[in-house]
Structures are given as structure tokens and as C-alpha cells.
Design a protein around this ligand. Structure first.
Ligand code: SF4
Ligand code: SF4
Ligand code: SF4
Length: 247
């Protein structure tokens, strides 16, 4: 039931992607930065950072429109990926984009104002033919990466939002604030590996939970491992830093 609800939510946000496209756009952020303006997308990225402090990357499983696209892609290619290897590509792209964003504000003489509707005069992001071409081009790239690279391929390779979520999660860990986690009772585990097979983020869940919780920064709190475990060895929980075994 939980996974059905999650899929309904992410397919709904995918359906609404043409409306919210600009509010998640790295291009709109950049264009506004060179005009000294903070676009709506930068505000969303700041919100993602704050959500990451307490919820980790739950956005990626429950609300991001690309999640819906990834679920569709997984019906074609469900192969696990090498998370750490692909993260190098993602952080390299993110580093270039973030540096350009900072350079934009510096060249513009700093932040001169806030414009949540920058390049989005009619609130709806994709509202004319040329914008639809851009939109479908981006969608095609994200989908192509997902079906060629493997599970959540676009998320692992080019996502510009995940680093904000991860940064938030790391800050929350450093401050030992309560965070949403996947907790485990390893004594119930029979080592069947179903949690690892189910994980859309290619995490070796069965190995991670030996310490009592999933510590991987790739975890998006989707709950697929919880719902796929035949021994009910996993559950959601709020914890500070590293969660102790069986708690
Ligand atoms: S990794 Fe990026 S694209 Fe993928 S679900 Fe998370 S925020 Fe969306
Ligand atoms: S699915 Fe459950 S029982 Fe099987 S390895 Fe994972 S935690 Fe252990
Ligand atoms: S470890 Fe569990 S909750 Fe985290 S991404 Fe994998 S399946 Fe989802």
C-alpha cells in the first residue's frame, strides 16, 4: 500500500512537471544569478537543503518528478549501478554549475533581489511551443540516462538537486539532529537479500543493516526495502547520527 501511495505521488508530480519545471531548473537559477536575482529554483534548492537536515533524501522518493520518470525507466532497465563511481560525475557537474552560479552573483555585484517567477511570467513554466521543445529535450536526456545507465541513472549522474539534499543530511548528522532513517533489527534478518534487490538506489542494504541502520547517503527513504523484507527486520525511525543496533 505504501509503495502504491508513493507511486501515485511521484507520477502526479511527473504529470505536473511542465508546471514546476522552472522552479527546479539549474538554467533558470544561472540566468537569474547573472542578473543578480535569486530565482524561485534557488529558493527551492535552499528548501531541499533544509529538508535534507531532517528527512535526508526523502524528496527523491516521495516528491521529485524525476522519481516518476525513474520508476518508468526501471521497467526497461532495472540493473543496479556503481553508486560511488557515478557520484564522481555528478559532483563534477554540480561543482561547475555551482561555481558558475557563484560567479554570476559576483559579476552582477551581489544579490540585488528575489524573483520567484524569473522567466516564469505566467506561473506555469512550460507555456509556449519553444519551451515545450526544451522541456521534452530535458525529459528525453533524463529518461535516456535512466534506461542506459541503470536504476535511477539520471539521479546518479547529472542530478543538480541531490547535492543540496546530501549537504543538508550531512549537516544534520554533524549537529546530531534527529533524522529520518531506515532502522534494522539484524537479529530478525535471515540474509535473503531481498532488500538489496528491491533498493532503487543500488545500495547493498543487507550489508548496511548489520550495523543497525542504513547509513548510505544514497538512501532516499523510499521504504522499498522495508516493504520487501519478509521478516519485518526493517522500519522507519528517527535517530541522531548513527542508530544503534536493534533500537
Ligand atoms: S536524485 Fe535528483 S533527480 Fe533524482 S529523485 Fe533526487 S532530486 Fe530528483
Ligand atoms: S530482506 Fe529482510 S531478511 Fe532479507 S536480507 Fe534484507 S533485512 Fe534481512
Ligand atoms: S535503503 Fe531502503 S529506503 Fe533506502 S533507498 Fe534503498 S530501498 Fe529505499
Amino acid at each position: 500500500m505504501r509503495q502504491k501511495v508513493r507511486r501515485v505521488i511521484v507520477f502526479t508530480t511527473l504529470f505536473l512537471f511542465p508546471v514546476i519545471f522552472n522552479y527546479l531548473s539549474p538554467y533558470v537559477s544561472l540566468d537569474a544569478a547573472f542578473a543578480g536575482l535569486v530565482a524561485g529554483s534557488v529558493m527551492v534548492f535552499a528548501f531541499l537543503f533544509l529538508s535534507g537536515i531532517f528527512l535526508g533524501r526523502a524528496w527523491c522518493a516521495w516528491f521529485c518528478p524525476v522519481a516518476g520518470l525513474s520508476e518508468l525507466g526501471a521497467t526497461i532497465n532495472d540493473r543496479p549501478v556503481k553508486v560511488n563511481r557515478l557520484a564522481v560525475i555528478r559532483y563534477a557537474i554540480f561543482g561547475v554549475w555551482f561555481a558558475a552560479l557563484a560567479a554570476g552573483f559576483i559579476l552582477a555585484g551581489g544579490i540585488r533581489g528575489f524573483d520567484p517567477l524569473y522567466l516564469t511570467e505566467h506561473i506555469v513554466s512550460v507555456d509556449e511551443p519553444l519551451k515545450f521543445i526544451n522541456y521534452y529535450l530535458v525529459l528525453a536526456i533524463l529518461f535516456a540516462l535512466t534506461v542506459t545507465v541503470g536504476k535511477r541513472g539520471a539521479c546518479h549522474t547529472i542530478c543538480w538537486m541531490a547535492p543540496f539534499l546530501t549537504a543538508g543530511e550531512l549537516v544534520g548528522r554533524a549537529l546530531r539532529l534527529p533524522q529520518l532513517k531506515i532502522r534494522a533489527n539484524p537479529s530478525n534478518c535471515v540474509g535473503c537479500g531481498k532488500c538489496t534487490t528491491k533498493c532503487p538506489m543500488s545500495i547493498d542494504v543487507a550489508a548496511e543493516i548489520k550495523t543497525g541502520s542504513v547509513a548510505s547517503l544514497a538512501c532516499i527513504r523510499c521504504g522499498e526495502c522495508i516493504d520487501g523484507c519478509p521478516k519485518r527486520a526493517l522500519c522507519y525511525g528517527m535517530g541522531r547520527g548513527k542508530v544503534a543496533v536493534g533500537k
